[in-house]
Design a binder for this molecule. Structure first.
Ligand SMILES: Cc1ncc(COP(=O)(O)O)c(C=O)c1O
Length: 415
């Protein structure tokens, strides 16, 4: 979290200069609010460190996939890193050109592979030998060539939460670095396949840059072995994973991260591809909840109208989100900030010193822009929250309306 982006003016909370309460009054709660200028700043911070290096940002759509946000990022020149047919559909609707889309994920279906090949995306990232054969089969049927990149599992420890580490040999992702050269030779021999890149992604919320550098070195060795086998590559995809500041962690700044990778990798003949998700969207969004009740007893529960279905990160990974009150409540009280969902796991803060909320206050969760709304569900038949964007000129507009009860039932009534 960037502490400086929150401030109180006469006890009224502002985020990046905007008052939150009028947005909650106009659009209701729970409400996600995003800042266009924050998105732009993060993209520019990464991009400005590229210097003369041929490099690009392929935003990881899963972090926050609202089409209006994709359009903003596309307007800044970003491509997209996707993991499903649904994300491909979103990206195409957002006018991201196919040559700027790459498709990761361990379990692409036949329909998804066919869709990606037909659209002519930049490449599919291959995560198993079986998948490579399937891509070759589908490409041959469609009469097209599928460009592929192999995702290497470098067996590097990113030092992050086990659920978001992806580059260890016990993780399901990628192909072992020991197998990669053999897989490239196989790819070269299969019909309908053109190997064009190599990639890795070792995990998320990584704050230790040495893990990226270690993975980069393994990739460099593999590129030289693959090229020695006569296969010419065009891209090296170094994944995403840069951590952000949620609490007090020291998150590396984007420019240092980019420079670390440029320096540890070299390989100037390859385009260096970055697929950041969290580091672009995480601190560009907040979740606004309204306190319904303060339940006193052996323990104090501040019960808000946002629940784990709106933001699951605390329940799923024990993730920390800083909490602000509106209005400012001097002093703190120890307790839990929870939601209305019927699960004891439905909490945003547990046994924490929190603002001394009163009912009717707003509880504003910082750093909720990534893996917030994109992981939201309808659990407990709760319509998903609305999303609002504060544009660069300071105006706020709805970018996703609040779901209705009818939205919940429609697929069941359509049968
Ligand atoms: C291949 C790939 N690239 C990029 C990302 C984005 O990671 P982050 O949001 O940590 O930047 C992911 C996330 O899991 C991923 O699997």
């Amino acid at each position: 979290m960037n502490m400086d982006s929150f401030a109180y003016k006469d006890s009224v909370l502002t985020w990046r200069g905007a008052e939150i309460r009028p947005l909650a009054a106009k659009f209701g709660t729970p409400l996600y609010v995003y800042s266009e200028s924050a998105l732009v700043e993060r993209c520019q911070a990464l991009g400005s460190a590229f210097g003369n290096r041929r490099a690009g940002i392929y935003y990881s759509v899963k972090a926050c996939s609202n089409i209006h946000i994709l359009r903003i990022l596309a307007g800044l020149g970003c491509g997209a890193d996707i993991v499903s047919g649904g994300e491909l559909f979103r990206c195409r609707k957002a006018d991201i050109s196919p040559e700027k889309i790459v498709f990761s994920g361990v379990g692409k279906t036949e329909a998804e592979i066919r869709y990606a090949i037909t659209e002519g995306i930049l490449f599919l990232s291959v995560e198993s030998e079986a998948e490579l054969h399937e891509i070759s089969r589908i490409a041959t049927i469609t009469g097209k060539t599928a460009r592929i990149s192999v995702r290497v599992n470098p067996d590097v420890n990113p030092g992050t939460h086990p659920y978001i580490s992806t580059g260890l040999k016990e993780n399901k992702f990628g192909i072992s670095h020991k197998e990669v050269v053999r897989i490239y030779k196989l790819a070269q021999s299969l019909p309908g396949i053109e190997p064009t890149g190599l990639g890795f992604h070792i995990g998320s919320q990584i704050t230790d840059l040495s893990a990226f550098a270690d993975a980069g070195k393994i990739a460099v060795r593999l590129v030289s072995e693959i090229e020695a086998a006569g296969i010419k590559l065009k891209h090296l995809d170094v994944g995403g994973g840069l951590g952000i500041r949620y609490a007090n962690e020291e998150a590396p700044d984007p420019a240092t991260y980019v420079r670390t990778l440029i320096q540890s990798v070299g390989l100037d003949h390859l385009e260096l591809m970055f697929d950041p998700g969290r580091s672009i969207a995480g601190n560009a969004g907040i979740l606004v909840s309204k306190i319904l009740y303060v339940k006193e007893g052996e323990k104090t529960f501040f019960i808000g109208d946002a629940g784990m279905n709106d933001l699951i990160r605390p329940s799923l990974y024990d993730a920390y989100h800083h909490v602000f009150s509106d209005p400012l409540r001097p002093g703190t009280r120890s307790g839990d900030l929870v939601g209305p969902v019927c699960e004891s796991g439905d909490f945003f803060a547990k046994d924490r010193e929190l603002p001394a909320f009163e009912s009717g206050d707003l509880a504003v969760l910082a750093s909720a822009g990534a893996y917030g709304m994109s992981m939201a569900s309808n659990y407990n038949s709760r319509p998903r929250a609305a999303e609002v964007l504060i544009a660069r000129d300071g105006t706020a507009r709805l970018i996703r309306r609040r779901e209705t009860f009818e939205d919940l039932l429609q697929p069941e009534l359509d049968v």
